[in-house]
Structure formats: structure tokens, C-alpha cells
Design a protein around this ligand. Structure first.
Ligand SMILES: NC(=O)c1ccc[n+]([C@@H]2O[C@H](COP(=O)([O-])OP(=O)(O)OC[C@H]3O[C@@H](n4cnc5c(N)ncnc54)[C@H](O)[C@@H]3O)[C@@H](O)[C@H]2O)c1
Length: 397
């Protein structure tokens, strides 16, 4: 494969927590996994409000400079692109600031605590024309790319219904301290904005925009202990957002699944599942099933006249797009971090104007509008329509 001319890209990082460290590792993998692109990310400048984050950025990740104020990253002339990995409540301010600084940005989900926050980031990015990518990593498993191809090729016939659930147990322990994720003005909604946002985007990516929803939400762990080392240590404090959400959906007429119905469920207090992020798509000819806990597998059933129907278990091989980039041997598992490498590649291609395979601020707004409609429906008990969002990359007809 011919190599493109080498191009150095200065990377800025805002927040060096879990996601900030993962974005950084993903940038470092780009020349190894996609050598032919000639992209050479250089980790230039990181900001974190906490000293531990700054130390990790310089001493572990290898950033050349660190700052405590994220504005220093945006003002750095050697920074060409920026990753925004701060807690949710800072995303909108930072996304708008990155757009105004003319820096293409890769931002973690949820882009805002609300659809209004997300729209502000979308508007700023449109106004300055910077490329964007969103941390919707469940779009990238090769099995999901294969599922999208099968749906596009009509292998399942007309889509009739989908079922999605995104169940984690990482907040199931009532003793888990009340971090920012459980405080409404810092996180927005709870599992709805967090995990359900991923699921809604995955549904948009596979089967197209959701047109209307009716939803319920609940909070079952209503109090949690204050964070250790803060004045709240030793006190029980109220949880201010949901830990379970579900919705019925109808697809928009523009969706590849126009006319279809579905159910989506999300919990981050489920005891048992660890990362059971699963989707099933049913059509008139067949159906498929995928679960993140078995990321490399796709189950496919196709009805053929005169034959019995059952699920075939497809295991990752080079028929799954991108898989062979990571593993030369069929069936060898890829990992979550690999999804971020694919996401980094899509971001850098968009930022350099080479290709538009990325999810973008329009996708973030499309997901946020569905979540806003779900919150409205949970309060009113009614179906709520979601406004169309031009520019999204969901699976349209
Ligand atoms: N795509 C995914 O699958 C996924 C997974 C986990 C988290 N996330 C998202 O990533 C974001 C970050 O989550 P995380 O798990 O990395 O959190 P984290 O708590 O591990 O890290 C957050 C970091 O932000 C820093 N920070 C706080 N205030 C700051 C400020 N004013 N300026 C600069 N840095 C500041 C903290 O010091 C910390 O280092 C969240 O929005 C979360 O929803 C996405």
C-alpha cells in the first residue's frame, strides 16, 4: 500500500481522565494502524484542572506542555486539533470555545447537558466551519459496520422493529460516592443522557433517525455518600437524576427503518450485566443481534423459502470492515480501545479534509433531541415528536 506524505498534526487535550488518556493512546496508534494515511499526531499541549491529570499528561502520556486552564490549549498555535474529555457540564463551553478558536475538535458524549447546550456547540461549529467528531464509539465495532451493510443491502427485508438495551452495573453499589454524574447541573440527566445517548446514536447509525418517543425514567438509588476528601464526606446526599430509562420509539419517515417501531432500555444500576450494550434488528426476511460483551460476534437469521430458520453466529474475520486492521487472525478479539483508534482515524480524516466518515455535531444534536423528547414524555406521559436535524449521518433511505 503506498504511503501518503507524512503530515504532523499537533494535538491538544482538555482533561486527562479516563477518556483523555484513551484519546491520547488512540492518537499514538494512528501511524501504526493506518500507516498509509501519513498522519503523525504529536501530543503537544494538555490541560487539566487537577495536578494528577497534568502529571499524567506530561509524565505518562508524553504531552510537551501542560496547563491548568484549557484556554491555553486552544490558544496554542502548535495545536491543530483538540480532544475535549472534561466532565459533561464543561462540554458546551469548551466546544463553543474550540470552534471559536478555529480548532477542529473531538468531543466526548454527551456534548451538552441538554439539547440547548448541544445546539449551541453545533451552531458554533457551523459558524466557523471546523470539523467535529463525537465519542459515539459503539458505531465503530466491525460487527456493527457489517450489520449496517446488511441492513443497507436489504438482507433483512423491510425493518419492522428494533430492540435495544444498554445495561451496566457500574453504579449498582449504593455506596458509590455521589460524583458529578449524579448531580443534575453538572451531568444533566443520568443514565438517559449517558448510556441511552450512545444507544440512540447507535440506532440512528444502523436504522435511521427516530421520529417520536414515549418514555419513562426512574431513580432507584436515591441517596449516595458524599465524595471522600470533600466537606461532604460522611453525609448522604440526594441523587438528582435517573438511573433507569426506557422508551418506545417510532422511526422518522426519512429513516431506512421508516415505519418501524422499537423499544430502548438503559440502566447503570443493573446487577449482573457489566456492559450489556445490545441491539436487535428485525425485518420481514431476517434479523440480527449484537452485544458489546461479545463485540466480535454478529448473529444473523435469514428466512429462505423451503428451509428452516435459525441464527448463524458470524465471528469476526476480514468480512467485517476494519477488523483485519487490528487482527490478522479470524476470531481474535478486538477491544474497546480499538474502537477509539477507529474514531481517532475518522476524526483526523475529517479534520484534514480527507474524508467524512465521522459522527459530527449534527449527530450529537439528533441524539440530544431524542433524549430531550424522552424527558418531556416522561414528565407528561405523552408521545413527543423529535425535530429533524439536517446534516446528521444516521442511516437515511
Ligand atoms: N465514549 C464513552 O464510552 C465514554 C466513556 C466514559 C466517559 N465518557 C465521557 O467522557 C467524559 C469524561 O469522562 P471520564 O470518565 O474521562 O471522567 P474522569 O472523571 O475520569 O476525568 C475527568 C477529568 O476532567 C478533569 N477536569 C475537571 N474539571 C476540569 C476543568 N475545568 N478543566 C480541565 N479539566 C478538568 C478532571 O481533573 C479529570 O482529570 C464525560 O463527559 C463522560 O460522559 C465517554
Amino acid at each position: 500500500m503506498p504511503l501518503s506524505p507524512t503530515r504532523s498534526i499537533g494535538v491538544g487535550l482538555i482533561s486527562a481522565g479516563w477518556m483523555g488518556r484513551l484519546h491520547s493512546r488512540a492518537y499514538r496508534m494512528i501511524p501504526l494502524v493506518y500507516p498509509e494515511l501519513g498522519l503523525r499526531p504529536r501530543l503537544v499541549h494538555a490541560a487539566d484542572a487537577a495536578e494528577a491529570g497534568r502529571v499524567a499528561a506530561s509524565d505518562v502520556l508524553g504531552y510537551e506542555r501542560v496547563s491548568s486552564d484549557y484556554r491555553a490549549v486552544l490558544a496554542d498555535p502548535e495545536v491543530d486539533v483538540v480532544s475535549i474529555c472534561a466532565p459533561n457540564f464543561l462540554h458546551a463551553e469548551m466546544g463553543v470555545a474550540a470552534a471559536r478558536a478555529g480548532k477542529p475538535f473531538w468531543i466526548e458524549k454527551p456534548v451538552g447537558r441538554s439539547a440547548a447546550d448541544t445546539a449551541a456547540v453545533r451552531d458554533a461549529a457551523i459558524a466557523t466551519g471546523v470539523a467535529t467528531s463525537i465519542g459515539f464509539n459503539y458505531r465503530h465495532p466491525p460487527a456493527i459496520a457489517r450489520a449496517r451493510q446488511l441492513i443497507a443491502d436489504g438482507a433483512l427485508g423491510s425493518i419492522t422493529n428494533i430492540r435495544g438495551r444498554i445495561f451496566g452495573g457500574f453504579h449498582a453499589d449504593p455506596q458509590t460516592p455521589r460524583a458529578w454524574r449524579f448531580v443534575r447541573d453538572q451531568a444533566g440527566s443520568g443514565v438517559l443522557g449517558d448510556l441511552m445517548g450512545h444507544l440512540v446514536d447507535l440506532v440512528h447509525f444502523l436504522t435511521g433517525p427516530i421520529g417520536s418517543v414515549t418514555a419513562t425514567t426512574g431513580t432507584f438509588i436515591t441517596e449516595r455518600p458524599g465524595l471522600p476528601g470533600t466537606p461532604d464526606e460522611g453525609r448522604l446526599l440526594p441523587v438528582e437524576n435517573d438511573d433507569y430509562a426506557n422508551m418506545l420509539i417510532r422511526f422518522d419517515d426519512s429513516a431506512v427503518a421508516a415505519g418501524a417501531l422499537g423499544t430502548l432500555d438503559a440502566s447503570w444500576i443493573a446487577v449482573g450485566p457489566k456492559a450489556e450494550y445490545a441491539i436487535e434488528v428485525f425485518g420481514t426476511r431476517g434479523s440480527l443481534r449484537w452485544d458489546f460483551e461479545r463485540m466480535g460476534e454478529l448473529r444473523l437469521a435469514i428466512r429462505r423459502p423451503g428451509e428452516g430458520v435459525g441464527y448463524t453466529r458470524l465471528v469476526a474475520d476480514d468480512a467485517f470492515p476494519e477488523y483485519a486492521r487490528f487482527q490478522p487472525g479470524s476470531g481474535t478479539p478486538m477491544g474497546y480501545d480499538d474502537l477509539k483508534v477507529i474514531e481517532a482515524k475518522k476524526f483526523l480524516l475529517a479534520a484534514t479534509g480527507a474524508a467524512a466518515e465521522n459522527s459530527n455535531v449534527h449527530d450529537a444534536l439528533a441524539s440530544a433531541q431524542v433524549l430531550a423528547a424522552a424527558e418531556e414524555s416522561a414528565a407528561s406521559g405523552r408521545w413527543v415528536d423529535t425535530p429533524a436535524v439536517p446534516g446528521h449521518t444516521g442511516h437515511a433511505r
